[in-house]
Design a protein around this ligand. Structure first.
Ligand SMILES: *[C@@H]1O[C@H](CO)[C@@H](O)[C@H](O)[C@H]1NC(C)=O
Ligand SMILES: *[C@@H]1O[C@H](CO)[C@@H](O)[C@H](O)[C@H]1NC(C)=O
Length: 502
């Protein structure tokens, strides 16, 4: 299993034929540093530009231009979660981590030996691809925060998409920065009990998990840590609101009621209760993907609508409520928005962005578009022509262009690599398309991430898409969903989703 270690950074080896771009350092610095260095870089660039001007007229023009702020306003100097949001922080230097949140025996042959008796823990298994697993961990971290538990984050595994490679999410996202800045309490299963894929070196431990908030229960990584998972569909109080965050929180804290329900269920089903369920130390759910507050569910919202657009789609009250107050995706507003991409991902994503736009900076006014095809091509009743045409994206883009200055660039990512007509239609619109084949992105990812390259590949486009001041995505795509949330939270942008033909 690979852990995120920061990659040594190289001077940009780009082929822009442009000395400035060749020497530009792509390292992503902490936000404060980033601003200082970009200011001095901007000053240097301006000086150089003026010196290069042949005549007085050119110099004057440049001066008027830079004092007018034209160029300065166009450049974007910071990426990821805005620095101003980062303010909570734990006591400097004492952020609890695996050393303090577990016993000295950790990682242990049995997980019970790794857990501190005075702490409560919350865990889940993973499900779905990168985006689904990441979203599930956000829900886990949110519920752990509300219920004052330490999250034990699962190892990520998805043989369907990424081969046999297993990772922890900090390989691709900056979880350590999140821990440091927000004081979130979490460890990884690796910290608790080592990966033991053939069950040779550790003890087989039982772990009983209550049903989560939706029907997806096929966990993928517990067995790799030699955990025998059983799922317990014990009814929670709360009636038809039993899958809300509030119901899950009360279910946790009302231990007496929970254990009464558990014993009744076990008697009825004639099952033996796993040790972890007999008290409140380790709570496990089968899945927590896509949490919602009672306020959202009381209005008829359900998890399967989570794929739809989140802004200005239906209902007047929904329009009036701030997006963060609608009760859907509370885990994003409480947790997800603070988790940045890892520096190594930013490096590759920014490089691809510069090359695709043929610029040496990221413009502030940029609209990103995600055209998701892949298995969506045959995923409808008709079984073919199931993905929207490029025209549908143009329609959704138009109102966003009205919000943007003239000459705003459109940057497109798509998983389509072969359909020449489709790709030609994008290029004919004058949109800029990230062509990873031409950029050789996979080769770089393989050099740096080895077996985990395909996991990293899933994340690079998300970092690129997050640079949009506004965004158009594809309905039903978790990448589009995450990008909507990022563009809304990080850039204050508007987003639209193109519905797929039914
Ligand atoms: C936890 O933090 C302490 C203090 O900063 C550090 O010495 C230790 O190595 C950290 N443990 C892990 C597992 O990162
Ligand atoms: C940046 O892009 C260029 C052109 O595709 C490529 O040759 C180079 O390896 C890339 N570097 C990184 C760090 O992604």
């Amino acid at each position: 299993m690979e852990r995120y270690t920061s990659l040594s950074s190289h001077p940009n080896d780009v082929e822009l034929g442009h000395t400035e771009a060749k020497t530009r350092d792509l390292r992503i610095s902490p936000p404060g540093l980033r601003r200082a260095s970009s200011l001095s870089r901007r000053k240097q660039e301006r000086t150089r530009r003026i010196a290069a001007g042949a005549g007085v007229a050119v110099v004057l023009l440049l001066l008027v231009w830079s004092f007018g702020g034209g160029r300065r306003d166009e450049r974007r100097e910071e990426f990821g979660p805005p620095a101003s949001l980062v303010r909570v922080g734990a006591r400097t230097g004492t952020v609890p981590n695996a050393t303090t949140l577990l016993t000295p025996a950790a990682p242990a042959r049995s997980y019970f030996d790794a857990l501190r008796p005075d702490l409560r823990y919350l865990t889940i298994d993973t499900w779905s691809g990168w985006s689904g697993q990441f979203l599930t961990v956000l829900s886990q971290l949110y519920l752990a925060h509300l219920t004052q538990r330490v999250a034990i984050i699962p190892s990520f595994r998805d043989a369907d998409h990424y081969g046999d490679s297993m990772i922890t999410p900090d390989l691709l996202m900056d979880f350590e920065k999140f821990r440091r800045e927000r004081g979130a309490l979490f460890v990884y299963w690796d910290d608790v009990k080592p990966l033991d894929r053939v069950h040779a070196t550790t003890k087989r431990d039982e772990i009983g998990c209550y049903m989560g908030n939706n029907a997806f229960e096929g966990g993928r990584s517990f067995d790799e840590h030699n955990l025998e998972q059983t799922i317990w569909r014990v009814p929670r109080p709360g009636g038809w609101l039993q899958n809300t965050v509030e119901a899950l929180t009360l279910f946790d804290f009302d231990e007496e009621d929970r254990l009464k329900r558990l014993h009744k269920f076990a008697d009825k089903e004639k099952r033996d209760i796993p040790r972890n369920m007999l008290d409140s130390q380790v709570l496990c759910y089968s899945n927590l993907w896509d949490l919602a507050h009672a306020g959202a569910q009381a209005n008829g919202w359900a998890w399967y609508e989570g794929f739809r657009g989140h802004q200005k789609e239906d209902g007047e009250l929904k329009d009036m409520l701030a997006i963060s107050a609608r009760g859907t995706h509370p885990e994003w507003w409480a947790v997800g928005q603070y988790i940045d991409f890892a520096p190594g991902i930013w490096e590759i994503a920014l490089n691809a962005t510069y090359h695709s736009l043929r610029l040496d900076y990221v413009p502030k006014n940029l609209i990103t578009i995600h055209l998701r095809r892949g298995d969506f091509k045959s995923w409808c009743d008709a079984g073919e022509n199931c993905t929207p045409t490029v025209d549908r994206y143009v329609e959704k883009l138009e109102p966003l262009l009205d919000l943007s200055p003239p000459a705003t660039k459109i940057l497109v990512t798509t998983d389509e690599q072969d359909d020449a007509d489709f790709l030609g239609a994008i290029d004919a619109l004058g949109w800029y398309r990230v062509d990873h084949r031409a950029l050789g992105t996979m080769q770089i990812l393989e050099e740096r991430y080895g077996d985990a390259a395909r996991w990293a590949d899933a994340v690079v486009d998300q970092a690129i898409l997050s640079l949009g001041a506004h965004f158009v995505g594809t309905s039903g795509s978790q990448v589009s969903l995450l990008t909507e949330l990022r563009v809304a939270a990080w850039n204050g942008g508007e987003t639209r989703l193109v519905e797929r033909p039914s």
